[in-house]
Design a protein around this ligand. Sequence first.
Ligand code: ATP
Length: 588
Amino acid sequence: MLFEEVAKYYERLEGTSSRIAMVDILAEMFSKSKSGEIRELVLMTQGVLAPPFEGVQIGIAEKFAEAAIATASGYQNDEVFKSYKKTGDMGITAEEFIGKSRLRTFSRKDFEVKHVFESMLKIARTSGSGSRDIKIKMLVELLASSSPLGSRYVTRFALGILRLGAGDATILEALSKAYTGTRENKPMLENAYNICSDLGKVGEMLAVHGIIGVQNIKVSLFSPIRPSLAERLPTSPQILEKMGGRCAVESKYDGLRVQVHLDKKGGRVKMFSRNLEDITEMFPDISKAALVEVGVKNAIFEGEAISFDEATGEFRPFQETIQRKRKHGVEEKSIEFPMHLFSFDLMYLDGEDYLGRPYSERRKRLEEIIKGDGLIRLSDRIIAENPKQIDKYFEESIEKGLEGIVAKELNSVYVAGARKFGWIKLKRSYRGELSDTVDLVILGYYLGRGQRTEFGLGGLLSGTYNSNRDMFETISKIGTGFSEKQMKALSGALKKIKVAKKPARVDALISPDFWVEPRYVITVRADEITRSPMHTCGRGGDEEPGYALRFPRLVSDGIREDKGSGEATTTDEIIEMFKMQKKVKVAD
Ligand code: ATP
């Protein structure tokens, strides 16, 4: 498929305000493309050059793009800069300049989509001395060969801001429709995606081998598995009942979730975060320990990395764990705050997939391979048969400075990428308040008044992710809980992802001063969940109001970097939390 054609589909996508229409446009684009280019087309539509765990950074600097547009069209850099100041969108500026190009020496070539993708990959991978000129030259070649519309998307893609608004679920649905004739097969594609976390690969297998190809996607080392998630219940009797009268209860560590891929024979270790980014560099100590302490040929296992003071037995706050995110001084930090990994699950061992095996068997094998008291150890746990045991263990965990507990059903399989009752979490409950925080997606922002005008940020419109509809629904305006530092950081980040109109996957009855691309997640605490006709979260038409938060305030230290918008609290979770809240009140 010519990139020119792809650009036309992208323009249609940008123009629609309906998610269903997005699925149809994408399905048409996929069905018209060749099977050999579907991987590139899917990744490009996601706005990436590789799945996130491969860490291939696309975004070239704005100054590069400016210079490339100028050279490709025969204008001066400052003329391009002037236009960009006006449009605020380098893609639109490129379109303008390529449209009025003064150069006749280049003849338009109409590149194939694969060529554009591969050129971008080369641009991303070129580094070292002289790389600036080489990168610009490659981009100039693409721009000069593009139509004005094509140059809009080439530029945005190169800058890493393609932002077509199509989430993973929308792309999966479109693939299902394009290759199986119906959206109904989406769950099957989703299963494969949960195992390999690579949408390009799912698309390619489907296009080349059909559904059978997708079913053959297996767990493999160094391809992260999408994590299993926990449900909530408010009391220990309810937890025990749901678990069939007997369950494991583990301490809930408040650190960073880490999925370790270990090939001991090959001497290789990689670690992935909750949202599947490669975070190996954050934990050099755990990497080394994995090679020495874990008794396997190869394995994929999971745990919580947390700073722990061996001498006092004290767990350090989450903030200290997350400091490792900074690239500098990781080695020094390793000495100051040694990080431990409390392992709680096993997904793959010595070439065998363990996802389908019951929790009790996975745990038993985990206990066999992780034995010592080194940096890698097992999560603490008990087996409970009555609510009192759960309550006692819960209190002990809180006393140790932990977050609460996670109960686990002994027979449950590892459900990749889903929140199921195989795991149930119970966190410290704050009297009179919502017993848990929620992670919301920022959908827009309001300008400040008074002192806040200087930051250009007075409040946030936030929402939940409705995974059934693949839409974001509003739940709360948040105006308090920001420190000056947070306000500055947030307003800077949000201005960069401002969009002209409400994104197609946002459902809202109210409008903020500015909409943003639904990308950032924040943690919010509130007094309670109420019903409100203003919000769309869980709304059932005109008769049934939505859900809202009472007295919401920001508690995360800015943006939660380990969660993407699809990992925010879902609408279903809010509805469950609302029901739980009623039950707790009655019990009081
Ligand atoms: P939260 O913000 O409450 O950690 P979450 O949305 O990140 O929630 P959930 O699946 O709802 O994730 O809760 C389970 C989380 O608890 C896991 O993601 C993991 O990071 C953490 N955790 C800590 N200890 C354990 C444990 N022993 N077993 C499973 N998960 C644990």
